[in-house]
Design a binder for this molecule. Structure first.
Ligand SMILES: [Zn+2]
Length: 213
């Protein structure tokens, strides 16, 4: 399995492609492509590596994570997944974009909803869903226990945590999600790939994250 990170849109959001080199099957996590350059970049990468996208998954409904949904659905021929508790954010994403001077355009209606323990198959590997509210009510993490990888959206960052001041955010819920659903479950050597900034590990955040003391 391989990970390719694209840092996209004015929010410098990490959009991931997680893919199996053998089968060529891949998943797009948070298609936040905004410019034509960013759209071309992903398409060129997939063509070059002969990757077929089976799933598009939004870790949550904030504008920077979903603003490329329409392009991605059209390009990859599949519908996006989102947790239902973030639909209210998704539906406001266009407005949220305008506040930041970003023209989101049309967002396709969500047809696929994520639930805890959902499983997505890529070649012989599986990616599973954990519901981790706090940054937003419908925030999710995705993990592959074979590769010891967790995609954690905006829940936790390297030595930091996600914002909780946006609609539906809640500080205690967020800390609870990180502790109960990540730290208590995964070993120190699991890698964490967040929605912004550099990757980290469970062990590093357990030891050094000032918000998790
Ligand atoms: Zn967010």
């Amino acid at each position: 399995m391989k990970i390719k990170t694209f840092v996209v849109n004015p929010f410098q959001m990490n959009s991931y492609v997680y893919y199996c080199e053998n089968s060529g099957e891949g998943i797009v996590i948070d298609p936040g492509y905004y410019t034509k350059y960013e759209q071309d970049e992903i398409v060129d990468f997939l063509n070059e590596h002969k990757i077929r996208i089976k799933y598009i998954i939004n870790t949550h409904g904030h504008v920077d994570h979903v603003l490329g949904n329409d392009f991605a659905e059209e390009q990859f021929g599949v519908n996006s997944y989102l947790h239902a508790d973030d639909l209210f954010l998704y539906e406001r994403a266009e407005q949220q974009g305008l506040l930041y001077g970003i023209n989101v355009g049309r967002l396709p209606a969500i047809k696929n909803f994520l639930s805890e323990n959902d499983v997505f198959r890529l070649g012989g590997n599986t990616v599973k869903v954990i519901h981790t509210p706090g940054h937003s009510p419908g925030g999710v993490c995705l993990y592959d226990s074979t590769e010891k990888i967790v995609f954690c959206g905006d829940l936790v960052f390297s030595r930091s945590i996600g914002r909780t001041d946006l609609p539906g955010g809640d500080y205690d819920t967020l800390i609870g999600s990180i502790k109960k659903k990540l730290l208590n479950v995964f070993d120190d050597d699991y890698k964490l790939f967040p929605g912004h900034m550099e990757y980290t590990t469970i062990g590093r955040e357990r030891a050094d994250n000032p918000f998790l003391k």
